[in-house]
Design a protein around this ligand. Structure first.
Ligand code: MN
Length: 603
């Protein structure tokens, strides 16, 4: 008896997201579509939150237009996307009318298969998206966000799969975003899923710990039907097992994929050249890193944290933060670490370590999480912490989106005439700031994609500064040395200059603004240092999200006066004393540094 294993290639979505900061452009996808379309893949993954974000933010491409072009160029292959349930492609819960509109438009523009997940594995957050996909006549895939914890048992995952089956899903995916799966655990999970529900099982596993191909083989031997791979020049490490390798591994066996290895190799060679084109976005942290199997912290999260700690001059505290992450995760009832819970847990752990006291500062996102604003935690949350965080506020025990009113009309009115279609309104809905900027620049004809550097000759570092200009530096900050390479210089837009750097191998983008137009910016602060008891300051560098008081306001001690954002997380800054607001030195959008006086309060 033989059973054909179906293959989804992630080359147009997750592969370049995992290796090249999602920077591949449509112009590098279209020339190879004819060959990709002839392979006979079950599907090609082409769209998701990060591809949409990168299109609008960096590439200045309309993500909907990309989808339409891929649809036209790949007439014989299913196109697949990753959808964050009720969060769609964004970071908040959307009202049901937005979910329905988004799914309908994605289907019309070319998506056939919707892989739908929720960061909490709370299936209530999947329901409306699943119904919308079925209403559009497309394939709804229910997703298990895989993680390990005392509450994430095989029984719990099977129960979730059965719920998704009952909700009308067409298939089940095991999404191992962090590379936590091990081969025998995979085999047991797949075996149980196949025994207790009837839908096909897909396996999506990142090779972060070097185990993904073994996991897929065990999954297949235990009944899995589909595997996710990446063409070999974009495979392995933080990406997926190589397509050609898996096809070769199964060739001639009862699980033969039937795919043409020679054609795949031509495609692999094409993308080998494409990968070079984007060298400036490739970090040193894309190869195998087994740490996830010890500390359960995904590789992407480790490199983000390393960057954030460097910004604070506290890289020497990395091990403390890595040890704190599992404790925070336990306090929060063991959420899987995936967008957005990975940021929520990672940042709180970082604050706990740097403040020298656990939960001295609690981010707004942790507060919302503990209130039930993201859905139901997989395990039991720490009740004392919950009370500390939310006080007397009411718990949300319904599906969070049940509390939201329809918002499409409001969004349409907000974005106005720069939106030329329902798709444009949805672009704005997903990414309010960069979406609006994109639509306005498109209307003005000023869209400017970031600049790609020439491909370096072998053995030579790309020179961003021209002949004879140094592009490599070693800098010392608080006793730590960093190697900085300038990898690229962007064009000047809005009076700002973008630079692409690599700091100890991590790609970074920095924006410099002229000092005379930019009081209080990084390196250009004109604020004095806090000294009086009524001086309000922060402990972290960050941005001002909102100023909650005005001059002359009477405030109580502990009253929130500012909201700041550091590392994508918002924090309230409170009045240190009761009194009257004498002066405000910041406005929404300002960059602030620790110790500066942001607001002055007089007793
Ligand atoms: Mn993935």
């Amino acid at each position: 008896m033989s059973k054909k294993i179906h293959v989804t290639d992630t080359i147009l979505r997750d592969a370049h997201q995992s290796l090249l900061a999602t920077r591949m452009r449509t112009e590098d996808m279209l020339p190879i579509c004819d060959k990709l379309d002839k392979v006979g893949y079950w599907s090609l993954e082409v769209w998701g939150g990060a591809t949409f974000d990168a299109c609008v933010r960096f590439l200045k491409e309309d993500p909907w237009e990309r989808l339409r072009q891929l649809r036209a160029a790949l007439p014989n292959t299913r196109l697949q996307m990753l959808l964050r349930g009720q969060n769609l492609l964004g970071y908040r819960h959307y009202s049901d009318d937005v979910v329905k509109a988004f799914v309908a438009k994605a289907a019309v523009n070319g998506i056939d298969v919707f892989r739908i997940f929720d960061a909490m594995n709370d299936v209530r957050n999947l329901r409306v998206a699943i119904e919308a996909v079925k209403a559009a006549g497309k394939h709804a895939q229910g997703t298990i966000a895989y993680t390990t914890s005392p509450v994430h048992t095989i029984e719990a995952f099977v129960a979730q799969a059965k719920q998704m089956e009952a909700m009308g899903c067409d298939s089940i995916a095991i999404k191992d975003m962090a590379g936590l799966l091990t081969p025998y655990a995979t085999g047991e999970l797949v075996k149980a899923l196949k025994a207790e529900q009837s839908l096909p099982v897909f396996i999506h596993s990142h090779d972060t710990a070097g185990l993904a191909a073994m996991c897929q083989l065990k999954a297949i031997e235990n009944g899995a039907d589909h595997i996710d791979t990446a063409i070999s020049s974009f495979a392995w490490g933080t990406s997926h097992p190589g397509t050609e390798s898996m096809v070769a591994a199964l060739k001639g066996s009862e699980f033969d994929t039937g795919l043409n290895l020679e054609l795949l190799q031509e495609i692999g060679l094409y993308f080998y050249a494409v990968r070079k084109k984007y060298h400036q976005f490739e970090s040193e942290f894309t190869s195998v890193d087994t740490r996830v199997q010890v500390n359960q912290v995904p590789g992407g999260m480790i490199s983000n944290l390393a960057n954030q700690l460097k910004e604070q001059g506290a890289l020497n505290r990395m091990n403390e933060v890595l040890a704190e992450i599992p404790r925070v995760r336990k306090d929060l009832g063991y959420p899987p670490l995936v967008t957005p819970t990975s940021q929520i847990v990672g940042t709180q752990a970082f604050f706990n370590v740097l403040a020298g006291e656990r939960y001295k500062t609690i981010t707004n996102e942790v507060k919302l999480y503990l209130q039930g604003g993201y859905g139901k935690a997989p395990g039991v949350v720490d009740e004392k912490l919950r009370r500390q965080a939310i006080g007397n506020e009411e718990l949300i025990d319904v599906r969070p989106a049940d509390l939201l009113k329809p918002e499409m009309d409001k969004l349409r009115a907000e974005i106005g005439a720069v939106a030329k279609s329902a798709e444009d309104v949805l672009t704005y809905a997903m990414f309010p700031d960069i979406g609006r900027k994109f639509l306005e620049e498109r209307a003005a004809g000023t869209l400017t994609p970031e600049v790609l550097l020439p491909i370096p000759e072998a053995g030579r570092v790309a020179s961003a500064g021209g002949e004879g200009v140094p592009t490599e530096f070693v800098i010392d900050v608080h006793g730590e040395s960093y190697r900085v390479d300038i990898t690229g210089v962007g064009v000047k837009t809005d009076g700002k200059r973008h630079f692409y750097l690599s700091i100890d191998g991590m790609p970074e983008e920095v924006v410099f603004e002229p000092l005379n137009e930019f009081v209080g910016g990084a390196g250009g602060s004109k604020r004095k240092n806090a000294s009086a008891p009524g001086d309000v300051s922060t402990t972290m560098p960050g941005n001002i999200v909102d100023v909650l008081v005005k001059e002359g306001d009477v405030v109580k001690a502990g009253q929130a006066v500012l909201i700041t954002e550091a590392m994508k997380m918002e924090t309230e800054v409170q009045a240190p004393i009761a009194g009257t607001v004498k002066a405000i030195h910041v406005a929404k959008g300002d960059r602030v540094n620790p110790g500066e006086v942001l607001v002055e309060i007089e007793a």
